[in-house]
Design a protein around this ligand. Structure first.
Ligand code: NAP
Length: 335
């Protein structure tokens, strides 16, 4: 009897949250590796907001996921069959293997990366993975914080934002303010992660709180959410501020409805810079960030939270957590 493998494909393009009309769980035969290929038993899925953007039929930095194709995502798994010297059976690998029990990888350059033996998959997918790298390079390279700066980060209790705020403190920021949804997340940022203050954007308008907490203006704003929160930060910039455009999650579930910015002209009056970046451009420099972040994690200077969801079939719900704010820290699905 042939063993079967499950996978989740894009059944239709969502207009809002994903559900069982837009995704479909299928069973297929476990693949065999062809020449130059290996088969991976996927163990962990990285759940990232950008997956939702790949479901739209819209131009992006990667092509849209095709209808009926496996949902693309980063994943960690173990090589269970190999017909290439590049991967040995038993290797733990990270790559874009998607929402499926078994993935075929090939020996091409960008296929998958072999991880060191014994690596903690949750750490490799969070602080030492894409979100940690995004926090590190987005803040330090694009934001260029200076000693004593006031740094504000939105999506602050998420995988990226929570690391941004802690790095900012370690790099000598004078004040770090996080913006997050709900009193529990705000308390976590201040009490556990050492942020100086947190604003619960669900409790009222952000602008007046920013003016109160940042009387001299914001020197670095790390934007994970876009929309009204970005606009409120633009209205409160310090002279020569840097606005780091990392993500715009408030717009991913209904792009057409996104409000425009009213306060962009602050960039002129405050002689500020607003710059987007993609972490894909920094892959060659990951080892330098991983070295710093691992040291800080081991020294207890960078803390992190992981939100693990069990079961491939729950991957769509896990993705939706990012948009409802049901997560604190990195969302990962364990297969
Ligand atoms: P995350 O922050 O762990 O999760 C997303 C968080 O966004 C949620 O927990 C939620 O927290 C918040 N959120 C959702 N909808 C919101 C809204 N309408 N307004 C305000 N906050 C909202 O996710 P992540 O993986 O670390 O990604 C964070 C951002 O970084 C995303 O925009 C992502 O696309 C971006 N990113 C960019 C790059 C790059 O290369 N540029 C790489 C990785 C990630 P609350 O409970 O606080 O609302």
């Amino acid at each position: 009897m042939t063993a079967t493998s499950r996978r989740i494909v894009l059944a239709a393009r969502p207009t809002g949250m994903v559900d069982d009309t837009t995704t479909r769980l299928e069973e297929v035969d476990v693949p065999e590796p062809g020449p130059g290929q290996a088969v991976v038993q996927v163990g962990w899925l990285s759940i990232d907001p950008t997956i939702r953007t790949w479901m739209d039929d819209a131009p992006g930095y990667l092509p849209p996921i095709e209808l009926d194709a496996v949902i693309r995502s980063g994943a960690i798994g173990e090589v269970v069959a190999s017909a290439t010297d590049r991967y040995a059976v038993g290797d733990t690998v990270f790559g874009m293997m998607g929402w499926q029990d078994h993935a075929v990888i090939d020996e091409g350059e960008s296929a998958a990366q072999v991880l060191p033996p014994g690596v903690d998959p949750t750490l490799a997918m969070s602080v030492l993975g894409v979100t940690g790298m995004t926090a590190y390079f987005g803040l330090l390279d694009v934001g260029q914080p200076k000693e004593g700066d006031t740094v504000v980060v939105s999506g602050a209790a998420g995988a990226t934002g929570s690391v941004v705020g802690q790095i900012a403190k370690l790099e000598g920021a004078g004040k770090v303010v996080g913006i997050a949804g709900g009193p529990e997340k705000c308390a976590w940022l201040v009490d556990e992660l050492g942020f100086d203050a947190a604003i619960d954007y669900k409790a009222g308008p952000v602008g007046p709180k920013l003016r109160e907490l940042c009387p001299d203006g914001i020197d670095v704003y790390f934007d994970n959410v876009g929309g009204e929160i970005l606009d409120a930060c633009l209205a409160n910039l310090a002279l020569r501020a840097r606005v780091v455009c990392c993500g715009a999650i408030s717009a991913y579930n209904g792009r057409a409805d996104s409000p425009g910015l009213k306060n962009y002209f602050s960039l002129i009056t405050r002689r500020a810079r607003m710059e987007g970046f993609l972490i894909l451009d920094y892959t060659a420099r990951f080892p330098e960030a991983q070295g710093d972040l691992l040291t800080w994690v081991l020294e207890g200077k960078v803390k992190h939270s992981v939100h693990v969801v069990d079961g491939l079939e729950h991957a769509p719900e896990a993705l939706n957590l990012l948009f409802t704010g049901g997560n604190t820290g990195k969302v990962i699905v364990r297969l």
